[in-house]
Ligand binder design. Structure first.
Ligand code: NAD
Length: 320
């Protein structure tokens, strides 16, 4: 674990805490001595992700839809707002829920922070840059998003969440921070969530063809979850307002990724090219100068290493 937490929190509310990134955040915060309340409606999260935490002192699970309510009894000093369907397969299946979570859910999380006088961190995304005309993307880039395309339910929900967060800081003086996460991968992803890494790993381990969309020339920049968690907690501790990019600038094409997964998994799967989704970004790479300069943070886990750990986890899960 590479997590470095440079500020002590007493009680942290993590919305979406039963999800992939959220459950790693809950674990890191408990390990650092904080009490953690995880609020989740399990629309895309898994009970297994937080099962090992249920008996740990200081951990509380609240099952609720944050778009409806955020029923937390104890006042937090930090709110990490991570609830949202995040994979294209999930948000295309849950379009209205995704918009409600990004709007009403974000407002409820901001209200909780406001009433408690807590710091607030919004999990935003590189998807606010859309199909970017600038590569790499720095935080000053405004993005290229189709507001009526199929991905807009997610992209625009996050853009609205950023605007709402900014308004709460300006109008109500809430201590806010926006982190823009780039593609993150690692243990606890769901093999059928449609994102490239879990899809390729599952297919490679099952001996199925790896389904690469388009000609596979589109790029992504993949951050191992421990690095992403360390970056989020560094931004929370710093006190910066952001937005700040948290991601790994190591850019890789989807074809290269598929070939690497096949090699690391020792698989004899083939590669099959399938249709590319509408508005799929051609490139995606973070400029992390701001995070490096202000937070002293940068990713440490190399792709081969992170992918090996992820493959090992998927293999172990399949054996259970
Ligand atoms: P995930 O789907 O694994 O986790 C999201 C969690 O939020 C799930 O547990 C889900 O049940 C919960 N949730 C969704 N809507 C809810 C609601 N209305 N009320 C309560 N709980 C709700 O996804 P993830 O990859 O862990 O992403 C977590 C956050 O980080 C999301 O906000 C996502 O937009 C952001 N993010 C993730 C990535 C990435 O690569 N993983 C990249 C950019 C941004």
């Amino acid at each position: 674990m590479t997590t470095v937490i440079s500020r002590e929190w007493e009680h942290v509310v993590v919305t979406g805490g039963a999800g992939f990134v959220g459950s790693h955040l809950c674990t890191a915060l408990l390990d650092a001595g904080a009490a953690v309340t995880c609020v989740d409606d399990f629309c895309t999260g898994r009970p297994e992700n937080i099962a090992p935490l249920l008996d740990r002192p200081g951990f509380t699970l609240v099952q609720a839809d944050v778009a409806e309510e955020l029923p937390v009894r104890r006042s937090p000093d930090l709110v990490l707002h991570f609830a949202s369907p995040a994979s294209p397969a999930d948000y295309l299946r849950l379009p209205l829920h995704t918009l409600a979570t990004g709007s009403d859910g974000t407002r409820h999380a901001l209200e909780l922070a406001r009433s408690a006088g807590a710091r607030f961190v919004l999990a935003s995304t590189s998807e606010v840059y859309g199909d970017p005309r600038q590569n790499p993307q720095d935080e000053r880039y405004w993005g290229n998003v189709n507001p009526v395309g199929p991905r807009s339910v997610y992209d625009e929900a996050k853009r609205f969440g950023e605007a709402l967060t900014t308004a709460y800081a300006d109008a109500h003086g809430v201590d806010t921070c926006i982190v823009r996460l780039f593609n993150t991968y690692g243990p606890r992803m769901r093999g059928h969530d449609g994102r490239a890494v879990p899809t390729f790993v599952r297919q490679a381990l099952d001996g199925e063809p790896l389904t690469v969309t388009g000609d596979g020339g589109q790029t992504r920049s993949l951050s191992y979850v421990d690095d992403t968690v360390a970056g989020i907690l560094a931004a929370a501790a710093h006190g910066m307002r952001g937005p700040v990019n948290i991601g790994n600038p190591g850019e890789i094409t989807m074809l290269e990724l598929a070939e690497l997964v096949i090699e690391l998994a020792g698989s004899d799967s083939e590669i099959r090219f399938i249709e590319r989704p509408v508005d799929d970004p051609a490139v995606r790479c973070p400029d992390i100068t701001l995070a490096k300069d202000k937070l002293g943070w940068q990713p440490r886990v190399a792709a081969e290493d992170g992918l090996r750990r992820t493959i090992d986890w998927f293999r172990a899960e399949a054996a259970v």
